[in-house]
Design a protein around this ligand. Structure first.
Ligand code: URA
Length: 293
């Protein structure tokens, strides 16, 4: 039977979308059968063991933007987050552009963090698996109103299997206290879950492979605010190409939640004079969360 060209293109885009999420197995649901959760990503990419490159910093290619940068918003002017449609990450954007109702796994029954962790398993989906000691899945309150997203584990995190436990983590802890919260109140994750060799910036394919798990974690937590710590988090979650210096301190739409871009604490450790700016951004977080929806 000849296939309508538009339908063919939509199907191709759909398959590409799932491939990006790491889902390669499909099954056909007979008509009339109720909603079924989408199949979990399986065997997305063979682990590629490569010789470690010298430490270098690559610019993360941004996913298509779905969020509109807005002028700096105060807590008063930020519209309350509503209960709602799926929170959408940068990689989800392509489907939004193509479909009125994007085929997101996130639209089914919400997953729990435990289910997502189980699905991640002893991940060998990208080359970072070869050099890691521990997977750093994420840590914190599964119902947190505030989620922090960093870049990727460093040496201390790799040893302990926990995010932000090194020097940058200590600064983050202080900033969390500065806004009247405890580390246990928030959830902390990273764009990639395994330590890049020599603490280099995660590469595009590593982020593409790993970040769908982060999107699912945020989806499961349903926070009011996601704080992107540094450029890789901003690029991955918001699909923005602008440099962090330009957009820091700004709120963006992130599905039904908001996202705030700010500096990575490790940058502040190297440039302590900028801590004042980071504190200003954290003050915005405090005000945002204090303004109850
Ligand atoms: N830097 C990050 O981006 N993440 C961590 O977990 C630790 C340091």
């Amino acid at each position: 039977m000849p296939v309508d060209e538009r339908l063919r293109q939509q199907l191709a885009a759909w398959l590409e979308f799932y491939r990006e999420l790491g889902i390669e197995d499909f099954y056909r649901r007979p008509p009339g059968v109720g909603e079924v959760r989408q199949p979990a990503p399986s065997n997305p990419r063979e682990a590629r063991l490569q010789k470690e490159e010298p430490a270098r910093h690559t610019e993360v290619a941004a996913a298509p933007a779905i969020t509109k940068p807005k002028p700096e918003e105060t807590a008063q002017s930020v519209p309350p987050a509503q209960a709602t449609p799926a929170i959408i990450g940068g990689l989800h954007a392509r489907s939004l552009n193509l479909f009125e109702a994007p085929p997101s796994p996130a639209r089914g029954k919400p997953e729990s963090l435990e289910e997502i962790r189980a699905d991640l398993g002893d991940c060998q989906r990208c080359r970072l698996a070869a050099g890691r000691k521990m997977i750093v899945f994420g840590q914190g309150n599964p119902h947190a109103e505030l989620v922090f997203v960093g870049e990727g584990p460093g040496a201390d995190e790799d040893e302990q299997g926990l995010p932000f436990v090194g020097r940058a983590g200590q600064l983050l802890n202080r900033l969390i206290q500065f806004i009247g919260m405890k580390r246990e109140d928030v959830y902390i994750g990273n764009v990639v879950k395994c330590r890049p060799p020599g603490n280099r910036t995660p590469e595009r394919d590593e982020i593409e492979t790993c970040s769908p798990f982060l999107f699912r974690q945020i989806e499961a937590i349903r926070p009011r605010l996601v704080c992107c710590l540094g450029a890789p988090a901003v690029h991955t979650l918001l699909g923005l190409k602008e440099g962090i210096t330009k957009i820091r301190g700004q709120f963006f739409d992130y599905g039904s939640a908001k996202a705030l871009a700010t500096f990575h604490p490790a940058y502040i450790l190297r440039n302590p004079r900028e801590e004042k700016i980071l504190r200003e951004d954290f003050e915005k977080i405090r005000k945002f969360l204090a303004a109850r929806p």
